[in-house]
Design a protein around this ligand. Structure first.
Ligand code: ADP
Ligand code: TMP
Ligand code: MG
Length: 170
């Protein structure tokens, strides 16, 4: 978390819009962190989005799009992989942002499959809150062992791998 995934997604989508391409932008309903409707980065960059509960809805609403943007992909059902493949096979540019590792340091939801089928993968890193080193892991600093727990600095901290402490017994 905090590595700039959402900022980068918004930057790419804005450039597509400047180029006159038709964009369709999605986020999962579960992500109500900063806004119910917009995609918002931790730095408050924002862009309008369509809120969906299932990957099938992305397919339904993307038929006329040139570029499809999806944030928080880790929260989607496994069907999102086929949806992205099908859209890309139909000539659309599909830009997906998602968190690769959960609070245990394990692959998060459909992210491994999405990473595998993508032509291009950009891995962004945050700044470790313990060391100032590049951070690829997310430390949950709030209690709780549920896989999904929406939050920001109130619950999570970016950590370099050497400063990440995996939770015990989860
Ligand atoms: P992500 O979607 O990867 O969680 P965002 O694009 O929403 O990240 O936000 C990135 C922004 O978060 C940075 O530009 C910076 O302003 C802010 N930020 C807060 N904490 C950190 C951190 N530990 N490391 C880097 N950026 C941070
Ligand atoms: P972000 O990477 O764009 O900051 O968003 C990650 C979201 O995922 C944020 O709402 C917190 C949530 N999250 C979980 O639900 N479980 C986890 O294990 C982790 C690390 C994050
Ligand atoms: Mg984000």
């Amino acid at each position: 978390m905090f590595s700039g995934k959402t900022e980068e997604l918004i930057r790419r989508l804005r450039r597509a819009q400047i180029a006159g391409q038709k964009t369709e932008i999605f986020k999962p309903a579960i992500d109500n962190r900063y806004s119910e409707t917009e995609i918002v980065s931790h730095s408050e960059f924002r862009i309008s989005s369509r809120v969906v509960s299932h990957s099938k809805e992305i397919m339904l609403h993307s038929q006329n799009a040139d570029v499809v943007g999806i944030d928080e992909a880790q929260f989607f059902d496994e069907g999102i992989v086929d949806v992205c493949e099908s859209l890309a096979n139909n000539g659309k540019r599909v830009i997906v942002a998602g968190l690769d590792l959960d609070f245990r340091g394990k692959p998060f939801g459909p992210m491994p499959q999405l990473l595998a089928v993508a032509e291009y993968v950009t891995k962004t890193l945050a700044v470790c809150m313990k060391s100032g080193l590049p951070a690829s892991r997310t430390q949950r600093i709030a209690p709780g062992t549920d896989l999904i727990d929406v939050g920001h600095t109130n619950k999570y901290e970016a950590r370099h791998r050497a400063f990440f402490e995996p939770p015990k017994d989860v």
